[in-house]
Ligand binder design. Structure first.
Ligand code: NAD
Length: 257
């Protein structure tokens, strides 16, 4: 897979899946733009590290994606965007009658509206350059629901719908748009939940993972950020040129039920 000369903008990529995807795309030769809402030395060092490890151009651009104008400015400042990965996300768990309005607004803004804003700026760039890949990081929760996750499930279902619309609008261009739908992926965020789960259910690590955290994931294994990055890289390949407007589940069988 040779993505040399392509520029990939990955939102929410100073940790977890976003960083994993940016790393796999850099390994395949793409120049990468990392992003989050912070502006710390360590954020910029992540980009320097990718540049020196893989011999690509890499930079970090701060943008708070809860704000539409910053989401648009991220793509404009990147200058070029051949591969757009909308990945930034947050979660809040609460019954609907107690769900804080500001959490609802933030989740919809960061996970759904930002994908609209970035794609709106990126699609004309991709058309002008004659090639483009838009990959939206949705979730098994873009296809199935769980209680107490109203905003997250609504945003992820929205991301799946948005991906289909962008695919239809770009169908006659050399551009594709798809959504990756992971089940549970091992990221620092998930790793942090393991000790609390062990304590709450009085279980050892393996039982807490299999019985509680991965209760809905039939494989009883986490996906890895490298695997999500591998799927994203595949979607950038010529083999995937006719794959558009669809979802690819990486969920150990979750949505087969
Ligand atoms: P993470 O917390 O490591 O990554 C989230 C990223 O989004 C971080 O880089 C964070 O800084 C960024 N972000 C948050 N708010 C932002 C804002 N206002 N502006 C810009 N960036 C912002 O978690 P992750 O698990 O890597 O999640 C990445 C994506 O994958 C999310 O959309 C999440 O919903 C989705 N997802 C994760 C899993 C999983 O099991 N980890 C499963 C399915 C889907």
């Amino acid at each position: 897979m040779d993505l040399k000369g392509k520029t990939a903008v990955v939102t929410g990529s100073n940790s977890g899946i976003g960083l994993g995807v940016a790393t796999e795309l850099a390994k395949a030769g793409a120049n990468v733009v990392l992003n989050s809402f912070t502006d710390r030395d360590e954020d910029h060092r992540l980009a320097e590290d990718l540049a020196s490890r893989y011999g690509v151009e890499a930079r970090y651009i701060k943008a708070d994606l809860s704000k539409g104008d910053e989401a648009r400015a991220l793509i404009e400042t990147s200058g070029r965007c051949d591969i757009l990965m909308n990945n930034a996300g947050i979660q809040h768990v609460s019954a609907i009658e107690e769900f804080p309005v500001e959490k609802w607004d933030a989740i919809i803004a960061i996970m759904l509206s930002s994908a609209f804003h970035t794609a709106a700026v990126a699609v004309p760039m991709m058309r002008a350059n004659g090639w483009g890949r838009i990959i939206n990081l949705a979730s098994a929760h873009g296809l199935r629901a769980s209680p107490y996750k109203s905003a997250y499930v609504a945003a992820k279902h929205g991301v799946v719908g948005l991906s289909k619309v962008i695919a239809l609008e770009t169908a006659e261009d050399p551009i594709t748009c798809n959504a990756i739908c992971p089940g549970y992926v091992m990221t620092p965020l998930v790793e942090d939940q393991i000790p609390d789960t062990m304590k709450k259910y009085d279980m050892d690590r393996e039982t807490a993972i299999k019985e509680v955290i991965l209760a809905r994931q039939p494989s009883k294994e986490f996906a890895t950020v490298e695997q999500i990055g591998g799927v994203a890289t595949f979607l950038c390949s010529d083999a995937a040129a006719q794959i558009t407007g669809t979802t690819i589940s990486v969920d150990g069988g979750w949505t087969a039920r």
